[in-house]
Design a protein around this ligand. Structure first.
Ligand code: ZN
Length: 678
């Protein structure tokens, strides 16, 4: 330090000391003034209030009249309004979406939501505007799904490895996806993927394209299909096997040709690219001719008629029609090999449904005749081309979406644990019971149903099982880890191998679900913000994501919950009694329990709905609605709205908080304002 710098620093210290002395002097003056202040007594009064130290509300200055008397101030009535963030958003929507220039008695929806339309898209023609609004509404419904994506993303980025199998699987898949996405040289991963894929194809069966000496005698259809099943595929060229949410295993034909998916020549280009990066020499002429045969064959299958009615046959019937395919062997191959396959098969086989399609059940020309008359070379190519098609994927841009899509159950578990308000479960469960009671009351009070029908309807209603939020099984500690024990993916696996292993895991899980050993279907549907009625098992599912705002919040007043989520749930319960499902019993089995007289009356009443809908003259679309097509939905809507209203009327709403800005309005009115928004 130079002499000059030393002098400067001494000068600074001196100034600092003077500054500190000044501050202390000021503080002492302030304290003396404070204690001489006449408001000391007021301070001591306030300090006796235990809430004082935490209160953010400044104390009122004391008022004195000219005569020196304190005026009597009327105590402020506590406002009974809902002040949660979610209620304030709801209040905001109720205020801003309405168009107060319209008379609600003339056009209630315009009054309730008119400004939403005006402020959403302004410049477009009216039809485009309507569509945009619809898209926005759907987006609004799915905002919970977006927040789920963000939450999962945050979780995956920060996550360290733990002892949880399911969480580790999520993290391993996510990290590998990021690694592939951000790779400096993406062809390394691509080469690796197709090398592994071609090795897998060789294990599945001999592929004519790769084998110059390929002979028809080397082709074994059932061996190929069984191997595909072992690798965890659910699509088998001609058909697919999958579990539905009703715990049934379905077999359906696959008829759409690949050309619907690829531009002309695109598939061939991709094949040539795969051969090039895998250093495989092929006979170009032969490939051209094989692809031509393949396309002709695809057209033949696509040309088969399709039955759009929802009808099913049994596995025995299918096996009789198509003896060349061993369906039992294929299904057994996708089961967990550690299980006793016979015992397991016994449980699964009773729950197999075959969609009644001409490709399976046409008596003169069906899959059997196709298999018998098509050259084996074409069949082998067909199976493998379609398999390759399943593996051609676009690069993944959002790895958290890959995790949600491939491991939905593990993702739901993370959502429930880190984000979901558990209080919602009890409230929603009570809401379902309140709605159930309203259905029951309406059956009992019916003026046209006979006692016999009433009794059966109530029986079905009481037998309707429910799942609120997510399967209870997900709550048990370690439950998911037990399920995920069979999924062994490690960071050293390639991205392709991980996807194949997850596919196999999903298939095994689907079989466990059908066999009844788990209540959870590891399927994307667990992440939908919706409720659903499963007619084959008389089962009501209310998803966790529906039980979040904007449809639902634990802080909403009771009438707001009924007007939003309550109507959706009522609609789903209504499906149990809609024209298509009403004859099914409490177990979801077709078993007509209606007296003929009541059945006729039901149909007559439903016909009124159909006519009303057919004659509805929409200002934009005119009389273009078809009541018969929409019958199931409109009847479920009528029941849902009616039952929600009955529930609202039956329950005590007198102490429910008001929505800000609607304190003076009757709750009846606010109920309908909210209904109009949903
Ligand atoms: Zn519906």
């Amino acid at each position: 330090m130079s002499a000059d710098e030393k002098a400067q620093s001494r000068c600074l210290i001196g100034s600092l000391i003077i500054f500190i002395i000044l501050i202390i002097a000021l503080l002492i003056t302030a304290v003396i003034l404070k204690f001489s202040d006449s408001h000391l007594s007021a301070l001591s009064q306030n300090s006796s209030n235990p809430n004082y130290s935490n209160s953010l509300v400044p104390s009122r200055p004391e008022l004195t009249t000219a005569a020196g008397l304190k005026p009597t101030v009327a105590p402020i009535e506590p406002r009974n309004v809902c002040e949660s963030k979610e209620c304030i958003t709801l209040a905001h929507q109720l205020h801003n979406f309405r168009d107060p220039t319209v008379d609600p008695c003339q056009d209630f929806y315009q009054f309730s939501c008119g400004n939403y339309i005006q402020h959403t898209v302004v410049e477009e023609p009216v039809m485009v505007r309507k569509n945009e609004i619809f898209v926005n509404l759907i987006r609004g419904m799915h905002s919970v799904v977006c927040s789920l994506r963000l939450m999962i993303s945050d979780f995956l980025v920060k996550k360290r490895r733990t002892t949880s199998n399911s969480e580790n699987a999520m993290k391993t898949l996510y990290d590998k996806c990021e690694e592939v996405k951000n790779a400096e040289d993406p062809t390394t991963h691509e080469k690796q993927k197709w090398k592994e894929a071609i090795d897998m194809i060789k294990k599945i069966g001999s592929w004519p394209i790769l084998n110059k000496n390929w002979k028809e005698s080397g082709f074994n259809l059932n061996n190929m299909l069984t191997k595909m099943s072992e690798f965890g595929f659910e699509k088998f060229g001609f058909f697919e096997i999958y579990a539905n949410a009703d715990q049934y295993l379905l077999i359906s034909p696959l008829q759409s040709p690949m050309k619907q998916k690829h531009q002309p020549g695109r598939f061939k280009k991709t094949l040539l690219h795969i051969f090039k990066i895998s250093n495989i020499k092929i006979d170009a002429k032969q490939l051209k001719s094989d692809l031509k045969d393949f396309e002709k064959f695809e057209d033949e299958i696509a040309g088969y008629p399709v039955n759009y009615r929802r009808e099913f046959q049994t596995l025995d019937q299918l096996q009789k029609q198509i003896p060349s395919v061993n369906f039992e062997k294929i299904i057994r191959s996708s089961m967990n090999p550690k299980k006793n396959k016979n015992e397991f098969w016994d449980k699964v086989k009773d729950r197999i449904l075959i969609t009644d399609q001409p490709l399976f059940f046409n008596t003169t020309k069906n899959l059997e005749t196709i298999l018998k008359t098509t050259p084996k070379r074409t069949l082998a190519n067909f199976l493998i081309f379609r398999l390759i098609d399943l593996m051609i994927t676009q690069p993944d841009n959002y790895c958290e979406e890959v995790v949600l899509d491939r491991l939905p159950l593990a993702s739901l578990r993370v959502f429930v644990r880190n984000h979901f308000d558990k209080e919602n479960l009890k409230i929603a469960s009570d809401l379902v019971e309140d709605l159930r009671q309203s259905f029951k009351d309406s059956f009992q009070q019916s003026t046209w149903l006979h006692e016999e029908t009433k009794k059966k309807a109530i029986e079905k209603l009481e037998m309707m099982r429910k799942m609120i939020g997510y399967p209870e099984e997900l709550e048990k500690p370690g439950a998911l880890d037990k399920i995920f024990e069979t999924l062994q993916i490690s960071p050293s696996d390639s991205y392709h191998t991980m996807h194949i292993k997850i596919g196999r895991f999903q298939m095994e899980q689907a079989m466990e679900f059908v066999a009844g050993s788990t209540k959870i279907l590891a399927d994307m549907r667990v992440l939908w913000a919706n409720a659903a009625y499963f007619f084959n098992s008389n089962f009501l599912g209310v998803n966790a994501l529906l039980l979040d705002d904007p449809m639902f919040d634990s802080t909403y007043p009771k009438y707001a919950k009924i007007a939003s989520a309550g109507r959706v749930i009522g609609h789903e319960i209504g499906h149990g009694f809609d024209p298509l499902n009403r004859r099914k019993d409490g177990n979801g089995k077709e078993n007509d329990w209606w007296t003929p007289e009541d059945s006729n009356e039901y149909d007559k009443r439903v016909q009124c709905l159909v006519e009303k809908y057919d004659n509805f003259d929409h200002p934009l679309y005119g009389k273009k609605f078809n009541g018969t097509t929409a019958l199931r939905e409109i009847s479920a809507d009528v029941m849902g709205n009616d039952m929600a209203w009955r529930t609202y009327k039956r329950l005590d709403m007198s102490n429910e908080p008001k929505i800000i800005g609607f304190e003076k309005e009757s709750t009846d009115k606010v109920y309908f304002y909210i209904s109009a928004l949903v």
